[in-house]
Design a protein around this ligand. Structure first.
Ligand SMILES: [Zn+2]
Length: 112
């Protein structure tokens, strides 16, 4: 990977971190316990709880993603960045620009 590609990815990772942090903040609001006496509008209490389950799942995934993005940012200036941890081949700029937190190439990720 060239330095220019790494610079591009660095900006992308920083943007992704900000977006993910926003998303987490947003979700944390949504998964707050539902007060028994609060008026839920057109949603019934049961539906609201179902929605919370979904949001909790997304929240977990977002937190994992945030950790991975931060790790990617720490790795980006090192020679192992962009190298698959399984086969040690280059992951490739195409995949890294879509998912900069990737640590495996397409083939190895597919074999999981
Ligand atoms: Zn691989």
């Amino acid at each position: 990977m060239t330095q220019k590609e790494k610079d591009t990815l660095k900006i992308k990772i920083e943007e992704d971190i900000l977006l993910t942090q926003e998303q987490i903040k947003d979700l944390e609001e949504k998964v707050k316990p539902i007060a028994p006496d609060c008026s839920l509008g057109r949603l019934t209490r049961l539906e609201a709880m179902g929605e919370q389950d979904v949001n909790n799942k997304i929240l977990d995934e977002s937190r994992i993603k945030l950790t991975r993005l931060k790790n990617a940012l720490l790795r980006i200036d090192k020679s192992m960045f962009g190298i698959c941890i399984e086969c040690e081949e280059e992951i490739g700029f195409g995949r890294m620009s879509i998912r900069p937190e990737s640590v495996r190439c397409v083939e190895c990720a597919g074999n999981l």
